[in-house]
Design a protein around this ligand. Structure first.
Ligand SMILES: Cc1cc2nc3c(=O)[nH]c(=O)nc-3n(C[C@H](O)[C@H](O)[C@H](O)COP(=O)(O)O)c2cc1C
Length: 377
């Protein structure tokens, strides 16, 4: 019954997309965030949304890194960069949310345009570069709140910094984590973003010798909740394995594959559509991330042998996409772009459809399906 209703909402949203796609992406995004924050403050609205949209099923419940999730579908970092949504995110059907990426210092973002859609290729060109009001402001906004689903905070390097050196970058990130740790805001996990491809100047954490000191400093903070790492998908397989080997030397609970696609040659692009944005800088969400992140979920699952949990992210638009990542090795999944192409109710639709896929294949719970295809080529 609930499933039929959320699919009806989805159908209505999708019928309206020709109109929705006439809007400019960034103002539309800002409007949704402001509306979400307002709705979260009105008594009764979050519970009404929950009553209408949230789809629960015992087969979707799972525990990862010691955290209980009512379902495995998360809102990935980037959508709610200022933490305006945690009070209503469960009402949309999400099982968890990463807020941010938040940086220690403030940054108004890279020059416009910073988000542009390619409607047919199902992707957004993203060039925000860690727009953030800064960690202290974000923590002030959510201090005192409690949430019904696990919420984590994604932390990255301030963009720009006064000096682009490793010591300055490490100190900046460590200060941001320290503020989040000491804030008493009830985060369920912390997320380190080492993979934003839109930084003004590269201080890269893709080399083990640069990542290891950062992870050591973060370990020394004794964060009270698990640490996840948001990984790049633009690195080659050997580079990814080397990073995983480094990460496994530290108390990291999960890796997320992954961030935006930098490869403009990905086969998901419709070439004529891509040509219209040729001159713009930035990197890509949605469908062009799908194949590479599917591959890296499997690669990571096989490489780490359950010493880290894998979280799949990139090009998930429906239950089949989420299920494929789970079968490849993901214990949880996250999405952003599907909320634009399929509608804000998309996590509820996925939760409505996923139990039937599990049942079809004889699984009582998603945890039984994790990695069953990881050995297949
Ligand atoms: C507008 C936009 C902003 C993003 N900003 C961030 C960010 O701040 N931090 C981050 O880790 N990922 C960021 N991402 C990447 C997403 O979290 C995700 O990894 C990527 O979009 C692939 O997922 P999708 O195909 O479901 O969109 C952003 C994505 C979009 C579309």
């Amino acid at each position: 019954m609930k499933g039929a209703f959320v699919h009806l909402v989805g159908k209505s949203y999708r019928a309206l997309t020709p109109l929705i796609f006439l809007s400019d992406s960034e103002p539309a995004h800002d409007f949704v965030l402001d509306m979400s924050e307002m709705m979260g403050k009105v008594p009764g609205i979050p519970s009404l949304m929950r009553g209408l949209l949230r789809v629960s099923h015992p087969s979707l419940k799972t525990t990862v890194a010691g955290i209980e999730f009512e379902n495995p579908i998360g809102l990935a970092a980037g959508f709610d960069h200022e933490a305006q949504m945690p009070r209503i995110v469960d009402g949309l059907g999400f099982g968890f949310q990463s807020v941010g990426t938040v940086t220690n210092g403030a940054y108004e973002g890279n020059p416009y345009p910073r988000i542009k859609r390619l409607v047919k290729s199902r992707t957004m060109l993203v060039y925000k570069g860690f727009k953030s009001t800064g960690m202290s402001n974000v923590l002030k906004r959510i201090k005192g709140q409690t949430w019904r689903v696990p919420v984590g905070i994604s932390v990255g390097r301030t963009n720009p910094l006064k000096e682009y050196t490793y010591p300055v970058s490490y100190a900046d990130i460590v200060e941001a984590f320290t503020k989040a740790r000491d804030s008493k805001v009830p985060f369920s996990y912390f997320e380190l973003n080492i993979s934003c491809p839109n930084m003004l100047k590269e201080v890269s954490f893709y080399e083990p010798e640069h990542l290891a000191p950062l992870l050591k400093m973060i370990s020394d903070l004794k964060l009270p909740k698990p640490l996840f790492i948001k990984m790049p998908i633009g690195l080659g397989d050997d580079g990814v394995k080397a990073l995983l080997d480094t990460i496994m030397q530290f108390p990291v609970a999960a890796v997320i594959f992954g961030n935006l696609q930098i490869n403009r040659k990905d086969s998901a692009f419709i070439p004529e559509e891509l040509a219209t944005l040729e001159k713009f800088p930035g990197n890509w969400s949605g469908m062009p991330c799908q194949k590479r992140s599917d591959h890296l979920v499997k690669l990571a699952y096989n490489h780490v042998k359950r010493r880290l949990a894998i979280i799949g992210c990139g090009g998930i638009f429906n239950a089949e996409d989420a299920y494929r990542k789970i079968r490849n090795g993901a214990s949880l999944v996250q999405l952003v772009s599907a909320t634009v192409w399929e509608g804000p109710q998309v996590p509820a639709e996925i939760c409505a459809d996923l139990p039937a896929l599990l049942e079809r294949d004889g699984f009582k719970n998603i945890s039984e399906a994790v990695g069953v295809d990881a050995g297949k080529s």
